[in-house]
Design a protein around this ligand. Structure first.
Ligand SMILES: Cc1cc2nc3c(=O)[nH]c(=O)nc-3n(C[C@H](O)[C@H](O)[C@H](O)COP(=O)(O)OP(=O)(O)OC[C@H]3O[C@@H](n4cnc5c(N)ncnc54)[C@H](O)[C@@H]3O)c2cc1C
Length: 493
């Protein structure tokens, strides 16, 4: 039998990372096949067919537009040609049980004004200083770190980036840094979301995660027709450049020969040869042996204590009435510390979780659209060390707490159809992760230097996705896919 074509690349998974890798490789003329077990591309960017409409069950908005503009440009098309984006006027509406309300505009000058009206001049000043520090973090890390193959802290230390980073006092936690800027506990809660968005408690996340505030200030966009149009458009762009897609292709094992990757085997026994493989599944799944023993040691094991949060998500088709809503509303818990301590230190659901609600039919604050609307309510939940199903009583309590908090704020949600995802459901999709949605938690200032990089210990095997460098979220997963493709193309075979 002939050996595999060394230039052929098999990509396991058509999540955002896998798709970005497919575009980059196909645009460079490499033979690419994408093997995806689901019937459609997207992974976590899934649309659930509910009550006759497609409801987004994952992310509700896109940031860092230039990342996607560059990807589509590589495939000789444009983001605007492929997708209709609508910039959100508000980053979100924040509500508290005592009736406080803060609408946070995307534009920093308008946000400063809104925060001044909400919390007084000290709040506005704190926000201005905080945003200046967030901008410094972003400037220090973007070019020398986030968009390149992962350099270690030592390598970065030799660069200007590290000096800039040190100027932002990065060694404390995000929670402490927020306390330096915001005396009002509600503002500390608002900006502590910057780390829970990537599945990490602000009590352990490094202050550097404030750079997410700078990313958000660059804008958030909704995709007309639903977020799932993004992976569909990315798949189209990759296919137009020659990538082949096989859906319903469930990869059971990686094949290793002569100390390097040789291909893979599907669950139905079919063997596929490939000179290189890019794995878009979570590396924890690989380390746990779910792609066979031969490749399991290609990455270090992921300790359960290092996992990011999971979540409980209710995707719904229905109506949300009683309160006009923007696209994103956060119903904050009254006691931030009680919520965070339960999630961070006790590994249990908080009694009063904060709830994030995406009202998918709206951009700015608006009354409910005609007919049914897609809604996604999300609470953070600990990843489960054992992957067991969530106790139905715990789920029922969390549901009552989440929907009770929204009802007390005046929101009446009528659900015609609901799909619920729990940590056990997410674990079933990514075995070995405990349902963690964002890979390793970003704990401690060195965490950003310790995420798995594209290159693994097994020649020919590369990693892409939100659990790898540079991080979770749509744009970061897309960057990781490009980096994996570039690492594969740079490998001497
Ligand atoms: C409820 C929710 C809300 C979120 N909110 C936001 C948000 O607001 N903003 C944001 O930026 N991010 C958000 N995220 C995170 C974001 O969706 C992810 O970080 C990103 O989509 C991850 O992409 P990925 O490349 O890691 O691939 P994944 O989405 O993890 O996809 C991996 C793919 O690999 C496939 N696969 C795995 N194993 C195999 C196998 N053995 N054989 C074949 N195929 C396989 C899977 O089927 C899947 O399609 C959210 C996620 C969730 C779940």
């Amino acid at each position: 039998m002939r050996g595999p074509d060394q230039r052929s690349v098999a990509i396991i998974g058509a999540g955002i990372g896998g798709l970005a890798a497919a575009i980059t490789l196909a645009a460079a003329g490499r033979p690419v096949v994408v093997l995806e077990r689901a019937p459609a591309p997207g992974g976590k960017v899934a649309a659930a067919p509910l009550g006759g409409i497609a409801v987004d069950a994952g992310p509700g908005a896109l940031s860092l537009r230039p990342v996607f503009e560059a990807l589509f440009a590589a495939a000789d098309t444009t983001l605007d040609r492929e997708l209709q984006l609508a910039r959100l006027p508000l980053l979100g509406r924040h509500l508290w049980p005592d009736g406080s309300l803060l609408d946070l505009p995307a534009d920093p000058a308008a946000a400063e004004h809104a925060i001044g009206a909400f919390a007084g001049p000290a709040g506005a000043r704190g926000y201005r200083d905080f945003m200046a520090r967030a901008a410094k973090c972003w400037a220090a890390l973007e070019k020398p770190f986030l968009t390149v193959q992962r350099p270690g802290a030592l390598a970065l230390g030799a660069q200007a980036g590290m000096r800039g980073l040190l100027g932002t006092s990065p060694f404390g936690t995000l929670w402490d840094a927020l306390g330096e800027h915001f005396a009002d506990p509600r503002l500390r809660q608002v900006f502590s979301r910057l780390s829970t968005y990537v599945g990490t408690s602000p009590l352990v996340a490094p202050a550097t995660l404030m750079l997410v505030a700078q990313v958000e200030a660059g804008g958030l966009w909704a995709i007309e027709g639903g977020m799932a149009r993004l992976p569909a458009a990315m798949a189209r762009a990759a296919a137009a450049k020659g990538a082949r897609f096989r859906h319903g292709a469930d990869v059971a094992a990686l094949r290793v020969a002569g100390g390097r990757i040789a291909g893979l085997t599907l669950r139905d026994g079919e063997a596929i040869e490939a000179g290189q493989v890019i794995l878009n599944a979570d590396p924890a799944t690989l380390a746990a042996g779910h792609f066979g023993a031969a490749a399991a040691k290609a990455v270090p094991a992921m300790p359960a204590a290092k996992r990011s949060f999971s979540g409980i998500a209710w995707a719904m088709a229905g109506r949300a009435e009683g309160l006009d809503l923007p696209r994103l509303t956060v119903f904050h818990a009254a006691e931030a510390m009680a919520e965070l301590a339960a999630l961070t230190y006790r590994g249990r659901m908080p009694d009063q979780p904060s709830v994030t609600l995406w009202a998918q039919g709206r951009h700015g604050v608006a009354p409910p659209p005609e007919g049914r609307e897609g809604l996604l309510a999300l609470v953070s939940a600990p990843a489960r060390a054992d992957g067991r199903r969530m106790d139905p009583a715990v789920l029922a309590t969390a549901e009552a707490a989440a929907f009770g908090a929204m009802a007390r704020a005046g929101l009446a949600i009528t659900r015609d159809a609901t799909a619920v995802m729990t940590p056990a459901d997410y674990e079933a999709l990514a075995p070995g992760t405990g349902g963690a949605l964002f890979g390793p938690a970003v704990q401690g200032w060195q965490a950003i230097f310790s995420r798995p990089a594209a290159r693994t210990a097994l020649p020919g095997l590369f990693l892409a996705g939100g659990a790898t460098h540079p991080g979770a979220g749509l744009a970061m997963a897309a960057i990781s896919g490009r980096l994996a493709a570039e690492a594969a193309m740079a490998e001497r075979i």
